[in-house]
Design a protein around this ligand. Structure first.
Ligand code: WTA
Length: 629
């Protein structure tokens, strides 16, 4: 197990060591794990190709590091506590040895279906324990899991499956979210018509609703598990063998299949989990994210389970049946560390203080946030009302591509400051650069956030698209990993993340590419073109504002068309991508080369008239039109 940093001096010392000799630093941490064969070389890299290899030549299996290590120490300790959507339904929990047997059984199911090392498996499941079992079973046999958030549409699911070329899709008859039933199997069936690679579907029974099962293609999870043997061998993996693909939105084109590999991701997820949250044996840890996103991968499953934690998996939403559900769960399970998003906090603030006041939440020691910048008001509310002024807040900045937390306080060790992610973790070397790529050294600077040295948890490539990987992250500022975020470093050297500076918007902590939403809008037969920008939203952080050009639009169909466009986006991507505002315009502001000037649209949405340099606009007269209406 990883030894925690326990003092500020300890942090500074570790940080210094990690910069002086990164390979030596990470090699010492990697020694805490179980390797079938030790690595020959700790790090080989360049950011030009780019090529990043950690623990080269090392052989291991991540599930052996979860189970064999923890079975020895804590076989009967709960690994996962599952809290269902409906509080009246019984919780299910799995001890380490129980989870181990389930994973073995499902590993055998997958093997019997012909799944082999390197094959991709798409998982489209709600937050039920089978999701954890499925992902770990993939890892056990060396199959690459690609988890698709269960809120995504058939099209989005098909698009991801077509890219990963997975032959097996794991889904459920449905899912519960608040008072809604999500028809996952129907969506999966629709996706399968657009995703020709899918040969077999494994379906978990969750809602009991009748679904269509196609003969020889669809199989019930429960039936397959019944006869499966509870012992299974691991696949011995190279440190750099792929562990999973996770799709995320970029500023252009289709979602990107971010690829993480085995050894480095394992070391980084465990190290950051233990240190940031200061997890101690027997603590109960609750991350309220969904496993469909990176936060759930690294901080519900891999990080906590590697370190022998008890991790809570919650199926529902914070406002069901009432807006005190999180506090109820914290009291019921005596949660010690709680990790959620600023959006959830803001939504709960809006529900009123009466929902939290009656809870003492005595068990809490650490609070965390992730996914988007946290505003000061939300930070203080979280600190005062949830943490009762006694729990440090870890504002953790990171990304799907970084695999784990990069800039964050270590709970109780690094003094916090509202809205600041504070300092880089050991091993992380952030730099701030201006538009031209000049390094802005020292304090009191603001610019683009880049990282200048590799860390073990970083993405290695984009699935099947090394060229795009290079273009997206290593070309804007050659020699540096570019995060896409703006940052400010204050007089104490503390980092404050300002948000995306590319065409990505962050809605309720979900990353969405403006191009993806525009493509969906443009599919409507009446739409000529569209442009989407983010705007400040009191709960969601950012809302989605769409400017849509519809030639010869009759005034009486405005509302109807707005509704139909919103529905269309929900159907093509997901309800989370639905525009909040749609404005019909005659033209979009464009440069001579035909590029939409989103900068101007952003200003208009903010109500600002300071448009800066507009000499490159081919249609400057449009501005008058846009500001008058
Ligand atoms: C944003 C989520 C401010 C940021 C783990 C980043 C944050 C994007 C924070 C990645 C934070 C994440 N403060 N902004 N603490 N954490 N972000 O890939 O813009 O879903 O680039 O990973 O979320 O989103 P992703």
């Amino acid at each position: 197990m990883i030894t925690k940093i326990s003092t500020l001096g300890g942090y500074l010392h570790e940080y210094e060591k990690s910069v002086a000799d990164p390979a030596k630093f990470w090699s010492k941490i990697a020694e805490n794990f179980y390797w079938r064969k030790n690595w020959d070389k700790t790090l080989e890299w360049n950011f030009d190709e780019p090529k990043i290899e950690w623990f080269k030549g090392g052989k291991l299996n991540i599930t052996e590091n979860i189970f064999e290590r923890n079975l020895f120490l804590r076989a009967r300790q709960k690994a996962i506590i599952w809290e269902p959507n409906d509080p009246e339904e019984e919780c299910r929990s799995y001890t380490y040895d129980e989870l181990y047997l389930e994973v073995n059984k499902f590993a055998n199911v997958l093997r019997d279906m012909g799944v082999q090392k390197g094959d991709r498996v798409t998982i489209y499941l709600p937050m039920i324990p089978e999701l954890a079992v499925a992902m770990l079973a993939c890892a056990k046999i060396g199959a690459i899991h690609s988890i698709v958030f269960a809120g995504f549409s058939a099209r989005a699911l098909a698009e991801r499956n077509n890219d990963a070329k997975a032959k097996i899709l794991i889904t459920a008859d449905g899912g519960f979210r608040g008072n809604k039933v999500i028809p996952l199997k129907e969506t999966a069936d629709e996706a399968a018509q657009m995703a020709q690679d899918i040969e077999k579907m494994i379906v978990v029974k969750r809602t009991g609703k009748e679904v269509n099962m196609m003969k020889d293609r669809d199989f019930w999870w429960e039936d397959l598990m019944q006869n499966a043997s509870p012992s299974a061998s691991i696949e011995v993996m190279d440190a750099e063998d792929p562990l999973f693909i996770l799709y995320t939105s970029g500023s252009t084109g289709k979602p990107k299949g971010v690829l993480h590999t085995t050894g480095g991701y394992m070391v980084y997820a465990a190290y950051t989990f233990k240190n940031v949250f200061q997890y101690s044996d027997n603590d109960i840890y609750f991350c309220a994210a969904d496993i469909g996103w990176i936060t759930g991968h690294s901080y519900i499953i891999y990080g906590p389970l590697l370190e022998g934690a008890t991790t809570i998996m919650f199926e529902g939403i914070p406002t069901f049946p009432e807006p005190d559900r999180y506090w109820k769960i914290i009291e019921k399970h005596k949660v010690n560390q709680f990790y959620t998003s600023p959006t959830a906090i803001r939504a709960l603030i809006a529900e009123g203080e009466q929902w939290i006041e009656k809870y003492e939440l005595k068990s809490l020691k650490v609070l965390g946030t992730v996914g988007e910048p946290i505003n000061e008001e939300a930070w203080h509310w979280y600190h005062d009302h949830v943490g009762k002024n006694r729990c440090p807040i870890v504002d953790t900045w990171w990304q799907t591509e970084t695999g784990g937390i990069m800039i964050s306080p270590l709970a109780g060790i690094i003094p916090t400051k509202p809205a600041f992610a504070t300092l880089p973790l050991p091993g992380i070397q952030p730099v701030v650069v201006d538009k031209e790529g000049n390094m802005l050294e020292g304090r009191n600077v603001e610019g683009n956030l880049c990282i200048k040295h590799p860390w073990p948890g970083m993405a290695r490539t984009l699935w099947g698209n090394a060229k795009r990987f290079k273009e997206a992250y290593f070309s804007t500022f050659p020699g540096l990993y570019f995060t896409g975020d703006g940052v400010k470093v204050d007089e104490d050297g503390y980092y404050r993340i300002l948000g995306r500076i590319d065409d990505v918007i962050n809605v309720s902590g979900h990353r969405l590419g403006t191009a993806e939403i525009e493509n969906a809008l443009n599919e409507h037969p009446l739409v000529a073109e569209s442009a989407v920008v983010g705007f400040p939203h009191p709960i969601k952080g950012q809302g989605i504002y769409a400017f849509v050009v519809v030639p010869d639009l009759a005034p009486d169909i405005h509302d109807e068309l707005r509704n139909s466009l919103k529905k269309g986006v929900a159907k093509l991507i997901s309800p989370i991508a639905k525009p909040d505002e749609i404005r019909f315009v005659k033209e979009l502001p464009k440069t001579r080369s035909g590029k939409i000037m989103r900068r101007i649209l952003r200003k208009i949405v903010e109500g600002s008239t300071d448009f800066g340099d507009i000499t490159t606009l081919v249609n400057p007269e449009i501005i008058k039109d846009l500001t008058e209406n």
